[in-house]
Design a protein around this ligand. Sequence first.
Ligand SMILES: Nc1ncnc2c1ncn2[C@@H]1O[C@H](COP(=O)(O)OP(=O)(O)OP(=O)(O)O)[C@@H](O)[C@H]1O
Ligand SMILES: [Mg+2]
Length: 1029
Amino acid sequence: MAEEENVKVAVRVRPFNKRENGRNAKLIVKMQKNSTMITNPSDANETKTFTFDHSYWSFDGCKENKDGYFEPDPSHKHGKQFADQNKVFNDLGRGILDNAWAGFNTSLFAYGQTGSGKSWSVFGYGVNKGIVPILAEELFKEIDAKKDSGATFEVKFSMLEIYNENVRDLLDPNGAKKKGGLKVRQHPKRGFYADGLKEVFVSSYDDINARLEEGTVNRTVASTNMNATSSRAHTISGIRFVQRAKNDAGKEMEKKALLNLVDLAGSERAESVYGKYLGYGNYSERVESTGAQGDRLKEGASINQSLSSLGNVISALAKLSEGHSARVPYRDSVLTKLLQNALGGNSKTIMIAAISPADINYDESVSTLRYADRAKQIKTKAIVNEDPTEKLIRELKEENDRLKHAMKSGDISTEALQDMAGKEVLSKSEIDALKKEWLAEMKANMKANEKEAEDHKKTTEEKVSEQKSQDSEKESALQKVLEEKKSKPHFFNLNFDPQLSGRLVHIIQKSETEIGNQKGKESDICMVGPGVHETHAILRQDKKHHRVWIKQAEKDCRVLVNGDAITDEVELFHNDRLVFGSTQLWVFQNPKEKDSDKKKYPPITYEYAQEEIAAKAGVKVDSAGGGDVALLQEDLIDVMPAVEEANSISEELDKRVKFEIILISPQMLGKMQGTKAEGFTDMKSTVPEVCVKMKNLENGTEFIWPKEKFLNRLYLMKEMYNNYEEEDDWDLPEEKDPFQEDVNTDVNIGTVQVFLQPIAYMVEMKEQLEITDIKGNKIGVMNLEVAPCNKKGKEYTETDDMFVDSPEELVGKEVHFWFKIVNCRGLPNKYTDVHCKYRVYLDEQDITTDKISLTSNPDFNHKKMFSFTPATRQLIDYLNTGSIMVQIVGKQFIRKSAVAQRKQLTTKEMLKGDRGAFSKTANLMNGFQMNGRVVDPQKQSIVVELLLMKKTQARLQQRCDNMKKMLEKAEDLGRHGVSTRVIKSFFNAHTDEQIRAAVKQLEEEEDDEGYRSASPLSQNQQSSVCNLL
Ligand SMILES: Nc1ncnc2c1ncn2[C@@H]1O[C@H](COP(=O)(O)OP(=O)(O)OP(=O)(O)O)[C@@H](O)[C@H]1O
Ligand SMILES: [Mg+2]
């Protein structure tokens, strides 16, 4: 009994969040019945429509009831349309439940960018329960109703997290610490599974709820201690539901259903790197501008292998369902292995695509909708998993006998090995390794079978009570904390993911409590992470008066209280924000103090705490104005703690690198990125962009990284740090080390903007132009020339006089010119392989000069001729208004003597004098630390204008001279009048020859009788006109 059907897809749009509200975001999503419409914010005429099984409007039209539940508001115009949690459950969850009863496997995925509402739908928040808790609640309700039917029911729950291709068992706190996590193995019948994953019996909704809570706490521990970003992890909750009942023939039958509920990692990071080749559309530009793509370490690749593989699997499955052939790359990642059945096999599958309503997330939302659109084409074939119990037991036994036999003989076919490896040609050592792997897999499969057979021998009640006794100790510990929280002072954690905030609690029990990293000795409270010392801080408690103080254990232990670094003991007050090291963020709670004063305390969020720290560091947050400035502030708030963390890790691992935030004006960035096709860069944005400067403290080299590249690198640094913490072989070779940049990387030394207007008038330009560095400082000059020439390359001279009055005249004619970079003067003398690169008009490749090393005054003597036959209007426009960006680039030269001096110092010592997250050379601008002064992009163009004015002036002067000459000559000849033909010849004569010809014309011309009879007044007028000309 197999049912083939398409993956069911629902889209859900959430309300604006605080950030979006703060930025005055615009709503760009509309929904009508099953359709979702999204409008391009930069082109109101471009609206894309997607149709799904459901389109859920959760943007507005609701009100919060007294319990805090968001229910439809009938008085609102969208009240009817509003989809609350119950509606979503009734449409999707109810079906999953029915499937479970019918014996079908079901999978639910939530896909979407970070913060789009995936967890809201899957798990929910508080009383706004999501699909998983409601489903659990309903399942047990229905089981209770069928209690007396003679059937027995068994529910098992599991929860795992995939982070960085490691599988962590969230119900096994010790498992979370296990290196490398759980192994994913393949079972001939069950497909891929996580070996050793803890599945616990649950017999009530409360049981499941407690497990969900436990899983979330373990996620929080991992996220806090390993300073990992939870939105980069996938969470899979599994519910295994087994019904046993006698059939009409009196045979005991077993009906099984596995429910996989998958809360995927935020999609954007991986996509902005992968989107390009997955064809998701408009990412290429952003990827290029973020600079993440070009990076040697290809950070994106390792960041979310699982998510990008999922994209590939979905694409391949969609192709298959259209009748094309395609290989489905399940084996490429842990996630796709574990979800093989859910996606392409025995399962009914549902996907919820979560999107933001805001214009600022347009790209991400479109990408999510496209992804969902592809997913809806996938077909799966679910079968009812029902068999006689005794057959299952028999099969398990047979299977184990077979495995035993196979293992004994060590028999595995070459094809099977090839299949395992995913390739055909295998070396001897590869074969050996695979055989070993195969044996381990056999063993694991046997164990799994034995366990299942064992389970069959016990009654459900026995299993449940076994479980209960195992858990009782843990439960009472949890109860105790919950109780003590009400009266004793304590801390709770803050996490970037709101679901993980407040999950961890440390009760302050003693009069003196020590906080430390547990590396050498035990402390009362353990906090690990970069920058936390073995003994980091001491808390003193006056139990009688319910007061608590904090101080650093040593001078250089970083402890921030409400954003300020403390140096002496300070008293803590209810709701104070605390930072230990660089990543441990906590809120102090003092229930007794809170009860005694009548103050109102605001809820403290992660954002609140980060904004406070940023504000103390000089970044004032006032996003009321919205727009670009608010965006910049948010970027700063994101990057500041990240830079702090990176420096802490560098210090602890002695990586001899310091990171600093540097703000670069968009003009400068435009120049850095080189000329785009038309020679124009996007100068629309007026606020600077947040970049990070990586300074090698040992050799003095500096590299500027775009924010994205830095954040991706930080991810790898954290990975390195975690390995270091686990005392693994943590260090990496230079080319893989996230703290290293290849010293051979070309860096931007400076840029010159060369306006091409002279060519549009066919005028030669020989100028000395200013070279500015990325901060906008003048660092030298460049001598260059732009000279029009003929098609053979012969430069026009004054006497050729090719000057045109208007560039228009050149359209349709041939235009040739030389572009010459003669030399640079006054450059900083610390670069090798210095060269210039530039592009002209539609060039897609850089043109480069020769390379010159270690001089302030490189002579490039570069010249290149450009020919356009004929010149189009577009070209002339480009020449008239565009420019060439010449970038001077080179490699940083490392002075051995300086390195040797610093070799003796540790990173910590080198950082001592300067720990700031901002570049020291920063000036203050608009309340920001601003490194790059905004240079006037018009400066170079004024040079050009002056040149053209001179040229025009010279031409006018010549015309005056010609007219004067004509008058003198005419008077000499005793003429009374001159014909317009002659006047014109004089007027347009530029060369000596032309003048001679005009004179000749005048001499040969008959005196015009008409002038003789004209009145003296008109003669005067005529001459005055001539004079004027
Ligand atoms: N339908 C909704 N109604 C009200 N608030 C919502 C809704 N969906 C999401 N939110 C809010 O938006 C925020 C982000 O939602 P959520 O945590 O579900 O995102 P996510 O997609 O799981 O993000 P991440 O990838 O970081 O895990 C939360 O604070 C949540 O309260
Ligand atoms: Mg989430």
